[in-house]
Design a binder for this molecule. Structure first.
Ligand code: PHE
Length: 512
């Protein structure tokens, strides 16, 4: 006797021998009242001694969807309508009258009912009575094939597609067309005995005293010596851990944070509910600038009026708009209205937050260089689609420094994108009302072989910095970049909405 099996495996083997036929692993596990994994590990042991094995089959399983289940419970719409007629002894009725009295949740369901009553040849319409009328054409209305098939789901909520008879297949197709049924693919394991397994006598198998764990009792009593230890198969992959982990967007934000911190930046945050003053006026955006319009900006009714900074500063901004103030500019040459600046809104860019930092710089008499960044939400009145959100995130930053130049700005931006994994970065001339010169930033995306627009940057105009006492040769480099754009490239998502809808499959795949 050279075949040894664990006690439980001998039991399972016995059952298989008795059955003398292939069987489904899931059924057998149920029958033996053991865990599926325990059963498969036993089959694995049988495989090792070449007594049994398993094969994998792909099967399709059918189950009713929510609507299908409700029809199973309450009857198909055609049956419901018929019952209304029968109950009230009506044999002829105007369709709209039936619609009124049927009180089905949706009129679409009503029309489905009518059309299927016709298909069942329960009712008819005739030119003679007017097309809007229906009348019953039968006296008896036995269960239809479809209803009989539907009922099968009363006993089993899952039915194997391959078990369907030809007749049932027709009914399945109807349910499928009516979108009441789901078909899902599954792999099913079939267990069978090998030739050797079929031939061998039970008396030829010896019980194997094998364990996978040694307990302290075994150690103290010494019985562990009587057992064979089950070897570990270290090549087998472990079970998939569906553990909680950080959202990919949180990971990306943390990565960006670390990059800026490693470059000597400090993080700042500002309010989401902002004043038009900080969002627009302080950025030298004229009060009739199109970006201020309702279709781009969410204005708020509550709170309605924003608090402005120190009078002096508001005056400095006002003068810059009207005549350039002390910035050396001529300004826009119109009458600046403080009430427009007091409007409240959801900030449309985090540049509002960096301007607040300029105000603080003035208040604190800070000494350059100052390097800050912010990664935060902004809001724009956009229609949602695969590349637009109404609520998104900007990676914003400024460097306040003496004699800093466009080269320094390009350096910071390139360094940032290189560190996050984009080697090729280009800057090209752009326009923003608050920077001069202005640059657009694009990165090269290998997979598409294209340059993709990532955001804007520039050196704040004197009209923006002078009201806060930041004057030549001190300048402010600034940028505002899209986070979601970056995330789409990094995580290879084609639809921007995926980042926030949280498709579970993607979240599971993404590493920690
Ligand atoms: N605020 C700009 C935007 O939202 C980006 C930007 C920031 C441009 C700073 C220049 C300087 O698109």
């Amino acid at each position: 006797m050279d075949i040894k099996l664990k006690k439980q495996n001998i039991e399972i083997f016995k059952v298989l021998k008795k059955k003398n036929a292939d069987c489904k692993a899931s059924d057998l596990a149920k029958e033996l009242n053991i865990d599926y994994i325990v059963l498969m590990s036993a089959i694995n042991d049988l495989m090792e001694v070449n007594l049994g094995s398993f094969k994998e089959d792909e099967i399709f399983q059918l189950s009713l969807n929510e609507e299908g289940l409700s029809y199973l419970k309450n009857g198909l719409p055609e049956r419901k309508l018929l019952n209304i007629l029968l109950k009230r002894n009506i044999r002829e009725i105007e369709i709209y009258e039936l619609l009124k009295s049927a009180k089905l949740q949706e009129s679409s369901i009503f029309y489905i009912g009518i059309s299927n009553m016709k298909k069942n040849r329960w009712i008819a319409q005739s030119k003679a009575t007017g097309e809007s009328k229906i009348f019953l054409v039968k006296d008896k209305f036995p269960e239809t094939e479809l209803e009989i098939f539907l009922k099968k789901f009363e006993k089993n909520d899952i039915i194997n597609y391959s078990d369907l008879s030809k007749k049932e297949l027709t009914q399945y197709n109807i349910l499928n067309k009516r979108k009441l049924i789901n078909k899902t693919k599954r792999t099913q394991r079939i267990i069978f005995l090998t030739e050797k397994g079929k031939a061998i006598k039970l008396s030829e198998i010896e019980e194997l005293k094998q364990i996978s764990k040694i307990t302290s009792e075994m150690l103290s009593s010494g019985t562990w010596k009587d057992y064979k230890l089950k070897p570990f198969d270290v090549t087998k992959p472990g079970p998939l851990l569906k553990a909680g982990k950080l959202h990919p967007m949180v990971n990306l934000i943390n990565e960006i944070r670390e990059i800026f911190i490693s470059l000597g930046f400090t993080e700042i945050r500002g309010p989401i509910v902002e004043s038009a003053f900080f969002n627009f006026d302080a950025l030298f955006q004229p009060q009739d600038h199109p970006a201020r319009e309702l279709h781009d900006t969410f204005y708020l009714n509550n709170p309605k009026i924003a608090k402005l900074p120190e009078k002096e500063r508001v005056k400095a901004v006002k003068e810059t708009h009207e005549n350039g103030g002390d910035s050396g500019s001529l300004g826009w040459g119109y009458k600046w209205d403080v009430n427009i600046a007091k409007k409240t809104l959801l900030r449309t860019h985090t540049t509002a937050t960096t301007i607040r930092r300029l105000a603080e710089y003035h208040r604190n008499n800070d000494i350059p260089p100052i390097k800050v960044f912010s990664i935060d939400r902004v809001f724009r009145n956009e229609k949602l689609d695969k590349s637009h959100l109404a609520e998104f995130t900007q990676i914003e930053g400024i460097v306040i420094g003496e004699r800093v130049t466009l080269c320094d700005l390009i350096g910071v931006i390139k360094e940032f994108y290189n560190k996050i994994g984009f080697e090729k970065v280009i800057t090209r001339p752009g326009f923003f009302p608050y920077t001069e010169p202005s640059m657009e930033i694009a990165v090269y995306y290998d997979k598409l072989g294209e340059w993709l627009e990532m955001g804007g940057s520039g050196i704040f105009r004197p009209e923006v910095t002078y009201p806060w006492g930041i004057k030549n040769p001190t300048r402010v480099l600034a940028w505002g970049l899209g986070l979601e754009r970056l995330a789409m490239l990094k995580y290879e998502r084609e639809d921007i909405r995926d980042l926030y809808i949280n498709p579970i499959k993607w979240l599971r795949q993404e590493s920690y």
